[in-house]
Design a protein around this ligand. Structure first.
Ligand SMILES: NC(=O)c1ccc[n+]([C@@H]2O[C@H](COP(=O)([O-])OP(=O)(O)OC[C@H]3O[C@@H](n4cnc5c(N)ncnc54)[C@H](O)[C@@H]3O)[C@@H](O)[C@H]2O)c1
Length: 312
């Protein structure tokens, strides 16, 4: 219909042009059955989605989706009509989320996936096959954790574990899914980095090193996948109110003798000119954009969501 409108637009010049477009669009709307209008508010619910939109539904594997940002993005993308494979090393939380999404009418599959376990990573294709959806179109590397300590007191096994989960595991899982993405000539890899992919903070050496590493890793994989419709990007948010951040608020409150509100205002959000937490909706929106055709040439980039932190 848009094409027809455009054709008439080009044919008609000047004064009559806008009127012709309006008239054609009205004729189109009048030709639709009444049920379409009833259903249009539920456009993104899979059970009402027209076949045409099926091609826009992607198979999305999210790591660490049992909590926080992973869960928020999984909920958001499922509501947009995508099929989400919610994974976590805590199988219970992944299963609970998948169950809840399926009950809401979306399409989800829950599975245990420990990104620090190379054996599990190597057999991820078998796990994906259990969904019965075909391959993975989108991998969201989200799993993460924090440990705060001066380097001299930082247990080295803990240091290695953080890097394993947030960098080596990301490389391993991307490596395991790339051949299938190459085969279908389509893939989107989205890493959940952090403001700490760009700046440092004392006592977070392992976290900051792993998150900085994501940027370098993505640049290299962007080059290695450049000849196919595969992109890899890293979203770098400042603080998002999740269990991971609540633990940090608790710890800082004890160390500095402050209330939770004081920690949030005087420490956490202070370097951020906009001074607010980043929401799950914002992160979901950025993921949606990265999945869209408009972003097919955006690769190897850091998408910084920092309320102005890095421009001060
Ligand atoms: N919350 C923030 O302010 C913030 C800001 C920037 C970036 N991030 C990043 O976002 C991601 C999610 O953090 P969050 O705040 O939602 O934390 P969270 O603690 O709420 O969730 C992290 C999830 O990762 C899972 N996980 C941990 N180790 C795992 C492993 N080995 N294998 C699989 N899953 C594992 C946990 O079970 C949990 O469900 C992390 O990578 C974090 O670094 C968080």
């Amino acid at each position: 219909m848009r094409c027809l409108s455009l054709g008439v637009c080009l044919a008609l010049d000047g004064v009559g042009r806008n009127m012709a477009v309006v008239l054609i669009e009205w004729l189109f709307l009048l030709s639709l059955p009444e049920s379409w209008f009833e259903l249009s508010g539920l456009w993104y619910r899979p059970e009402f989605k027209p076949d045409l939109l099926d091609s826009l539904s992607m198979n999305i594997l999210i790591t660490g989706a049992g909590s926080g940002i992973g869960e928020g993005i999984a909920r958001g993308l499922a509501a947009e009509g995508h099929r989400v494979m919610v994974t976590d090393y805590d199988a219970k939380t992944a299963d609970q989320l998948a169950k809840s999404l399926n009950e809401e009418g979306y399409t989800a599959f829950g599975a245990a996936l420990d990104v620090a376990d190379q054996q599990t990573i190597d057999s991820v294709s078998d796990l994906v096959a259990q969904t019965g959806w075909g391959g993975v179109d989108v991998l969201i590397n989200n799993a993460g954790l924090q440990h705060v300590s001066p380097l001299e007191d930082f247990p080295m096994d803990k240091w290695a574990y953080l890097v394993q989960v947030m960098l080596t595991g990301v490389a391993g899982l991307t490596r395991a899914l790339l051949p299938q993405m190459r085969e279908q000539n389509f893939g989107r890899v989205i890493n959940i980095g952090s403001i700490h992919s760009l700046v440092g903070s004392p006592y977070k050496s392992a976290y900051v090193a792993a998150k900085h590493g994501l940027i370098g890793f993505s640049k290299v994989i962007a080059l290695e996948t450049a000849k196919s419709d595969i992109t890899i990007n890293t979203i770098c948010p400042t603080y998002v109110r999740t269990p991971l951040v609540d633990q940090q608020i608790d710890a800082q409150a004890k160390v500095h003798g402050l209330s939770h509100e004081e920690v949030i205002e005087q420490i956490m959000l202070k370097p951020m000119p906009k001074g607010v937490f980043i929401s799950f909706e914002e992160l979901t929106g950025i993921c949606s954009f990265l999945l869209s055709p408009s972003a097919r040439n955006i690769t190897g980039q850091s998408i910084v969501v920092d309320g102005g932190w890095t421009v001060t």
